[in-house]
Ligand binder design. Structure first.
Ligand code: CMC
Length: 390
C-alpha cells in the first residue's frame, strides 16, 4: 500500500537492526561487538572472535577452552559425505564444492534442523565451524588428486586446517608458526562485516525459517562472486594478467578509467568505506611481514603496491573515493602460504563463517524478524487483452 521507494542495491535501506558489528565508513572504523578491529587483530584468536561474534561477549578462559574442545570433537566428516567429492570433477571450483557440501550437510542431520530448539542450533553452530575447514581442505586435495587426510584434533583450528591442506599421507607435516599466526589473523579480519551481500543472503534465507546449513550454503554462493569475496581471486588474476601482458601500470589504469568492458581495478572500492578500509591497512602490514618472514620475494606484491600508488594519485579514484579494500593484498599472502588462487575465496568463507552464524542466530532469536520480501516497481506492459487471433 502507498508509496514504494526504489533503492537499487539497498544503498539507503536498512533491512534489520543488529548488535554484532559497527562500521563507520567515512571514518574507516570497524568494531566487532564494540571492540576495534585493530585491537581484536592484535590480541585475539579466530576462535575467540567466533565466540565473541556469536555469543556477544568475550569468553572466559574456561568458556573458550570448552568451545575449542567442542569444535575439535566435531571435525570428522561422515564417510559417505567424503564420497560426495568423488562425484565432482577435479577441475571443480572449490567454492562450488564448498557450498554444495555445506548444503549436503543438512541431509546428515535431518533430525536436528529445528530453528527453535536451542541445543540443535548450538549443534549446527559447532558442526559448521568444525567441518567447513575440513570440507575446504578436501576441495583443495581433490583438485590436486591427493588423498584426504583425517583431521588431527590435537592441533589448533588453524594448524589442523593447514595440515589438512598441505600435509600428505607420505610424510610428517611441520606447521610453520608464521603461516599459522598470519592465517589466524586474516581469518579474524574477515570474520564479520555486518550486512554485506553474503550475510544479507544468510539472513534473508534464514528469515524463511530455513535451517542454518541451507542458509549458509546460500551465503557461500553469494560470496563467490568477484564483486564480493571472489575479488581476492580476481585481484591475483588481474596482477598476473598485467605482468604477463607486458602492459604498464599506467596503461592498465587508463583501461580501468576508460571503463573497458570487464576491466575494473579489483580489490579497490567499497560500498561503505569512503576514506579507507581498516582491514586493508592491517592486511597490507601482514603481506609485507609474512613475505619477508617466509623469505618470499614476489614481484606481484611490488606490482600491487605500484598499482595502489598510481590509483591513489589519480583523480578518477580520488573523486570516487576508491581505496584498496580487504581483498587487495590478501591474495599475495595466500599465494606465499602455498594456496592455489582458486582457494582464496574459500579462505574468505572460512573467515566469514562466524559472522554468518552470528547473524543467522541474531535474526532467528529476534521476535520482530519477518520474512524478507523486498518490494519492486513494476515497469512492464500495462494490462492487455489476450490476442484473439492466437
Ligand atoms: N575500479 C574502477 N572503478 C570503480 C571501482 C573499481 N574497483 N569500484 C567502483 N568504481 C567506480 C564505478 O565505476 C562508479 O563510477 P561512475 O560513478 O563513474 O559510474 C563509482 O566508482 C561507484 O561505484 P559503484 O560500482 O556504484 O559502487 P558500489 O558501491 O555499487 O560497488 C564494489 C562497490 C565493491 C562492488 C565496487 O567498488 C567494485 O566493483 N570493486 C571491485 C571488486 C572488489 O574489490 N570487491 C570487493 C569488495 S570488499 C570485500 C568484499 O565484499 O568481498
Amino acid at each position: 500500500t502507498g508509496y514504494t521507494a526504489l533503492d537499487q542495491g539497498f544503498v539507503n535501506t536498512a533491512a534489520t537492526k543488529s548488535a554484532i558489528t559497527y562500521i563507520d565508513g567515512d571514518a574507516g572504523i570497524l568494531r566487532y561487538r564494540g571492540y576495534a578491529i585493530e585491537e581484536v587483530a592484535q590480541h585475539s584468536t579466530f576462535l575467540e572472535v567466533a565466540y565473541l561474534l556469536i555469543y556477544g561477549e568475550l569468553p572466559s578462559t574456561d568458556e573458550l577452552a570448552a568451545f575449542d574442545e567442542r569444535i575439535r570433537r566435531h571435525t570428522l566428516l561422515h564417510e559417505d559425505l567424503k564420497r560426495f567429492f568423488d562425484a565432482l570433477p577435479h577441475t571443480a571450483h572449490p567454492m562450488s564444492v564448498l557450498s554444495s557440501a555445506v548444503s549436503a550437510l543438512s541431509t546428515y542431520y535431518e533430525n536436528e534442523l529445528s530453528v527453535r530448539d536451542h541445543d540443535q542450533i548450538e549443534a549446527a553452530t559447532v558442526r559448521l565451524l568444525a567441518k567447513l575447514p575440513v570440507i575446504a581442505a578436501y576441495a583443495h586435495k581433490k583438485s590436486l588428486g591427493q588423498a584426504f587426510l583425517y583431521p588431527d584434533n590435537s592441533l589448533s583450528f588453524v594448524d589442523n586446517f593447514l595440515k589438512l591442506n598441505f600435509g600428505t599421507m607420505a610424510e610428517p607435516y611441520e606447521i610453520n608458526p608464521i603461516v599459522s599466526k598470519a592465517l589466524d589473523r586474516l581469518l579474524i579480519l574477515h570474520a564479520d562485516h555486518e550486512q554485506n551481500a553474503s550475510t544479507s543472503t544468510v539472513r534473508l534465507v534464514g528469515s524463511t525459517e530455513a535451517n542454518m546449513f541451507s542458509s549458509i550454503s546460500a551465503g557461500i554462493n553469494a560470496l563467490y562472486g568477484p564483486l564480493h569475496g571472489g575479488a581476492n581471486e580476481a585481484v591475483l588474476n588481474m596482477l598476473g594478467e598485467i605482468r604477463d601482458s607486458g602492459q604498464t601500470v599506467k596503461q592498465f589504469i587508463e583501461r580501468v578509467k576508460n571503463k573497458e568492458e570487464g576491466v575494473r581495478l579489483m580489490g579497490f572500492g567499497h560500498r561503505v568505506y569512503k576514506s579507507f578500509d581498516p582491514r586493508a591497512k592491517l592486511v597490507k602490514e601482514s603481506a609485507e611481514e609474512v613475505l619477508a618472514a617466509l623469505g618470499v620475494n614476489d614481484p606481484l606484491l611490488e606490482l600491487a603496491m605500484e598499482l595502489e600508488e598510481a590509483a591513489l594519485a589519480d583523480d578518477y579514484f580520488v573523486e570516487r573515493k576508491l581505496y584498496p579494500n580487504v581483498d587487495f593484498y590478501t591474495g599475495v599472502i595466500y599465494k606465499a602460504m602455498g594456496f592455489p588462487t582458486r582457494m582464496f575465496t574459500v579462505l574468505f568463507a572460512i573467515g566469514r563463517l562466524p559472522g554468518w552464524i552470528a547473524h543467522w542466530r541474531e535474526a532467528n532469536a529476534d521476535k520482530s524478524t519477518r520474512i524478507g520480501r523486498p518490494q519492486q516497481l513494476y515497469v512492464g506492459a500495462p494490462a492487455r487483452g489476450w490476442p484473439t487471433d492466437r
